[in-house]
Design a protein around this ligand. Structure first.
Ligand code: FRU
Length: 490
């Protein structure tokens, strides 16, 4: 179905009861609804927003167009959790109904101030000529969970030198001062980040553009996030417009980071190493981090990408969020681990220890559509070894180590219904190791694979049939030993 502008820029209240009922029924019949990931009841989810720990709970909002699987009028949808595992759907967080967010309450972040949670986000407005006017806006949530928007934006203008692509403020506090990085496009159509500061969250001053070594690196940087971890400065952002380079930048848009000295907020400078991708899979974008009461830096991403059709579109919904990951720094690199609270999802456990030699093997209890599995391989002399999962006679998804290329490879060529095939069906990344550990979280239509304790992560949607449940361990041209533990999640 082709969506007209009129259909896409409608508020939820403009939809009839019949339309909503039809949509809900269609979603409920979808074979690919997730079981332990945050997903929209209907319509399209994209970026995680306002991720924060406030008043004893984690709050996580997301970009939401309720009326169908397309990018239309965006709301902020609110979910919350006490443990990062079980999320409660709270309801609409921010409704786009003011002049300054007439065409969407776009992405932003949250910070606690004087006992309240301040949400700083981009109001996306378009005029009668469809010219975009971005405003940076504030909504305030109190302890009871009530959210109120300010009547006026706190930043009305795009500073000189930048285009209408100016959005996604990420806020933090240092001493008595609040700072926000905003994703921007220069007038010469290159991407960058601009820094603002404020003493009260209402009156903001543009400090200028953050100076990095990446002068021409894509045409727009979306969703920046700056934080400090283990004495390093980290700037995460999602650049658009990078060309594929060897195994890198294979998706339509990328997400990654630069890491180095802490940002000097007065010099606006940060010396840093090269841009590194956060995730090696097919579906990962626009992540956001927060820090919790234990001081953990936690990241959640959108498990999807813009401008790509997904098989669930016909069922009236699209996308989900990734599991929360705890970040740490090691050797100039961000290490990502699934938060340990996820272990509370573990049900029945199965274990196996064996050697595979030029063969594929299956074991009792090793099958399913929603589970966690840790598998450690030690190569003896195989050319490749790994796991086929969500498999049956016709379908399989493969994660493997190619010991000749020294690369981990995720292959979704036969994963079921195809998605984004024009961007390829395999993803690779170099790892030089004799032992390879795959820590996988498999849900009805996704897989997240943490490799060697979070050195790399492969996050992907897959759309197999419900019957594709098999798990097969294999080694090709030689042998590899392995031990695996699996926990059912249902
Ligand atoms: C990233 C993004 C953001 C924007 C939001 C709109 O996916 O394009 O830059 O704020 O989505 O939904």
């Amino acid at each position: 179905m082709e969506w007209t502008k009129e259909q896409r820029y409608r508020q939820i209240k403009d939809a009839s009861d019949e339309e909503l009922l039809e949509l809900k029924t269609r979603v409920s019949r979808c074979p690919w609804r997730q079981t332990f990931h945050i997903q929209p009841d209907t319509g399209l989810l994209n970026d995680p927003n306002g991720f924060s720990y406030y008043n004893g709970e984690y709050h996580l909002f997301y970009q939401w167009f309720p009326l169908g699987p397309v990018h239309g009028l965006k709301y902020w949808y609110h979910t919350k959790s006490k443990n990062l595992v079980h999320w409660e759907n709270v309801g609409i967080g921010i409704e786009p109904k003011h002049y300054y967010d007439s065409h969407g309450a776009y992405s932003g972040s949250a910070i606690e101030h004087e006992g309240k949670l301040y949400l700083l986000y981009t109001g996306n407005a378009r005029d009668e000529n469809w010219i975009r006017h971005p405003y940076q806006c504030i909504a305030i949530m109190d302890e009871t969970g009530k959210i109120e928007k300010l009547e006026e934006p706190v930043i009305h203008e795009v500073p000189k030198g930048y285009t209408e692509h100016f959005r996604d403020p990420k806020i933090w506090k240092e001493g008595d001062t609040f700072y926000a990085v905003i994703g921007a496009q220069r007038e010469d159509e290159t991407g960058c980040v601009v820094l603002y500061s404020s003493s009260d969250l209402l009156d903001w001053k543009c400090k200028g553009e953050l100076q990095t070594a990446l002068k021409t690196f894509g045409y727009m940087w979306e969703c920046p996030d700056y934080f400090e971890l283990q004495n390093k400065g980290v700037l995460i952002f999602s650049p658009q417009g990078l060309e594929p380079e060897k195994d890198c930048y294979q998706n339509i848009y990328q997400s990654g980071y630069i890491i180095g000295d802490k940002l000097d907020v007065n010099q606006l400078s940060m010396s840093h190493s090269f841009f590194q991708e956060l995730d090696r899979g097919f579906d990962f974008y626009a992540p956001q981090t927060t820090v919790d009461s234990n001081g953990r830096r936690i990241l959640v991403g959108w498990m999807g990408l813009p401008e790509i059709d997904y098989p669930t579109d016909k069922n009236g919904w699209a996308h989900c969020l990734t599991l929360p990951r705890e970040l740490s720094v090691h050797n100039g690199k961000l290490i990502q681990k699934p938060v340990e609270e996820l272990q509370t999802l573990r049900k029945q456990q199965h274990e196996v220890k064996d050697t595979v030699c030029g063969e594929k093997k299956m074991y009792d209890g090793f099958a399913g559509t929603a589970y966690e599995m840790v598998c450690e391989f030690e190569n003896e002399n195989a050319a490749a070894f790994g796991i086929e999962f969500r498999a049956d006679n016709h379908e399989k998804t493969i994660i493997k180590y190619d010991a000749i290329e020294k690369k981990v490879i995720l292959d979704r060529a036969s994963s079921g219904e195809a998605v984004g095939e024009s961007y390829g069906t395999i993803r690779k990344c170099a790892i030089d190791a004799q032992k390879i550990k795959f820590h996988m979280f498999v849900d009805t239509s996704s897989v997240e694979i943490f490799v060697n304790d979070g050195e790399e992560v492969f996050t992907s949607r897959i759309f197999p049939s419900r019957e594709s449940k098999e798990i097969r361990f294999f080694a090709a041209d030689g042998s590899a030993s392995f031990q695996a533990v699996k926990w059912n999640y249902e």
